[in-house]
Design a protein around this ligand. Structure first.
Ligand code: ADP
Length: 296
């Protein structure tokens, strides 16, 4: 039986059998070699570029992100790796302006979506979050809503008009590789799905508003290995249309899905390079120590 067919709540899945419990060692030589064989980015990208320029982020007086400067290329998958507390989640939450929701939190520097500074005066935060969607660690479908309404909710909440909702829901579920599994039970509760299905439902909800960038913060850490694999396959498909940033503490996962990888330490970006380079010949000794499991 396909474990994804079980209607197990997310939290009840084999705890940490996927991303969460992977031994903290670097990828195998095969995984590193595969990372080198990725096709080049499309000539006419449909996702958008993100550029960070001297970004600092604070929680009150605590300086969580220190002068981060890096580029996320369109239609590429960029992994953010680094020890717990190094600032990976904070950095991605700055990109779609979720950091500012925390009392006392603030951001300085420029975060450019193509050439628009997402923090500039007059930029609508709702528009920023529509363009830059986010998928979280723990699948978070709306508990009282059906599968259909969970996907439609993103569109409704964003205030988009003139949408053929039925078509949009179907397209989004197809893009999230979930349609075939749920097409006959769209009216049933979203939380009745397995954890992996719930995460793909959340991806469908994110896609439904047609973002240009998708941020994923440890999207597989609550999932079992099979559900993790499905999400990783989906990421390969999604990058044809979107720019993807994925936070992961699982280096094998970074090697499997990411075109480039950035290593963070103590709030700073130490190094950002093609994934194969990060795991084979990094420039910085701290990156090498981390990817070879010497600390973290
Ligand atoms: P990572 O994602 O790499 O584990 P985080 O971005 O979660 O790192 O954390 C970076 C730093 O910011 C840590 O020192 C953490 O304790 C702190 N931090 C994270 N979230 C909050 C918060 N809501 N309030 C205060 N400090 C926080």
């Amino acid at each position: 039986m396909n474990p994804e067919d079980q209607t197990t709540p997310a939290g009840a899945e084999t705890a940490g059998a996927g991303n969460g419990a992977a031994p903290r060692v670097g990828p195998s030589p095969g995984e590193v070699a595969a990372a080198a064989e990725r096709p080049p980015p499309p000539a006419h990208p449909t996702g958008r570029a993100i550029a960070l320029r001297d970004v600092d982020a604070y929680y009150g007086d605590a300086h969580a992100i220190k002068s981060a400067t890096m580029d996320y290329a369109p239609n590429q998958v960029t992994a953010m790796i680094g020890p717990s507390g190094s600032g990976k989640s904070t950095l991605v939450r700055c990109i779609n302006r979720m950091h500012e929701e925390i009392p006392g939190a603030r951001v300085e520097g420029e975060i450019l979506l193509d050439d628009v500074d997402v923090n500039a005066a007059g930029v609508d935060v709702v528009a920023v979050r529509r363009a830059i969607g986010m998928v979280f660690q723990k699948p978070n479908p709306f508990p009282t809503l059906s599968i259909y309404d969970n996907v439609a909710a993103g569109v409704r909440l964003s205030g988009m008009k003139g949408i053929n909702m039925r078509e949009r829901v179907e397209q989004s579920l197809r893009s999230a590789a979930l349609w075939e599994e749920v097409k006959d039970r769209l009216g049933q509760p979203g939380i009745g799905l397995s954890g992996g299905q719930q995460q793909r439902l959340c991806i469908a909800r994110t896609i439904a508003v047609e973002p240009e960038v998708i941020l994923m913060d440890e999207p597989c850490s609550a999932l079992d290995p099979i559900a993790t694999l499905k999400i990783e396959e989906l990421i390969h498909e999604l990058k044809q249309r979107y720019t993807i940033v994925i936070v992961t503490h699982n280096m094998q996962q970074a090697a499997r899905v990411a075109d480039t990888t950035a290593f963070m330490l103590d709030g700073a970006i130490v190094e950002h390079a093609p994934t194969r380079k990060i795991f084979s010949t990094p420039d910085d000794a701290r990156t090498e120590e981390y990817v070879t499991g010497k600390f973290g």
